[in-house]
Design a protein around this ligand. Structure first.
Ligand code: UDP
Length: 246
């Protein structure tokens, strides 16, 4: 078996990966499929911290547009990520992957409080650590939580698994001729007005601390295994590359 290129990764799984064929919420079958993907790289010995999103249940921005105070709506969004975290934990344990669920918001009866050194120790022992509630503060999203956790947990790379296979110059759903970026410098990613790669705070944190971000589609063949082997199967966003379309 080939040794994976990355020994410890931060995997960001968007809430939408948990929806399956539903319009909203959690489809246990979809959660199992996410779990199987994670298991495939866990079996290779990769240490994994998963930051789980909450967009399939609640996003603060949407709540605030409907009249809820923004910070309150963001806390509701963070609670949504804890629900997803529990669902992912359940699915991973069902496929025999040992897990620990941590939360940036204290909720001791359902999840451990996030403690950096404990999270590292869990990974060293072979547990997948699921990190919920993002950063624990409002006005950002779980992408910022993922950058932050990737850095403080000394992860080799931040992998953002999405429903699209990378970053496009324009919306590929609306424009079938849209081209994908193979590589994207973090500087360009921050300054692009029309394409939102992720939170500016997540990009800025990655840029300032030299953290590379791989963006790719989770549900496409063995993409996750390829990514841990160092293959660029989507868009590679880093300080070390120049921006190039496919
Ligand atoms: N959130 C927050 N602070 C954080 C992480 C998340 O306030 O550090 C809130 C925010 O409202 C966000 C919601 O939780 O919209 C769900 O997370 P996110 O939108 O990142 O989920 P995803 O799009 O990844 O499914």
């Amino acid at each position: 078996m080939k040794n994976p290129r990355f020994k410890r990764i931060l995997l960001k799984v968007g809430g939408e990966s948990m929806i399956g064929n539903r319009e909203y919420g959690i489809d246990p079958q979809a959660a199992l499929e996410v779990a199987q993907k994670i298991k495939s790289i866990h079996d290779k010995g990769v240490q994994i911290a998963v930051v789980i999103g909450g967009g399939n249940i609640f996003r603060g921005i949407a709540g605030s547009k409907n009249g809820i105070d923004r910070a309150t709506a963001d806390y509701m969004g963070m609670l949504a990520t804890i629900m997803n975290g529990l669902a992912l934990q359940d699915a991973l344990e069902k496929v025999n992957v040992s897990t620990r669920l941590q939360s940036a918001l204290d909720m001791p009866s359902v999840a451990e409080t996030f403690i950096r050194r404990k999270a590292i120790r869990h990974m060293e022992k072979g547990h997948v650590v699921i990190l919920s509630a993002g950063t624990g503060v409002p006005y950002v999203t779980t992408d910022t939580g993922a950058s932050l956790h990737a850095l403080e947990l000394n992860c080799d790379v931040f992998m953002k698994a999405t429903k699209v296979n990378g970053v496009y110059e324009k919306d590929p759903m609306k424009f079938p001729d849209a081209k994908r970026y193979q590589t994207l410098s973090l500087k360009d990613a921050i300054s692009m007005d029309d394409v939102q790669v992720m939170d500016t705070s997540a990009l800025a944190m990655s840029q300032e601390n030299n953290l590379a971000v791989m963006i790719f589609k989770l549900f496409e063949g063995d993409n996750l295994e390829k990514a841990v082997d160092g293959e660029n199967i989507g868009t590679y966003v880093s300080n070390d590359v120049t921006t190039k379309l496919v």
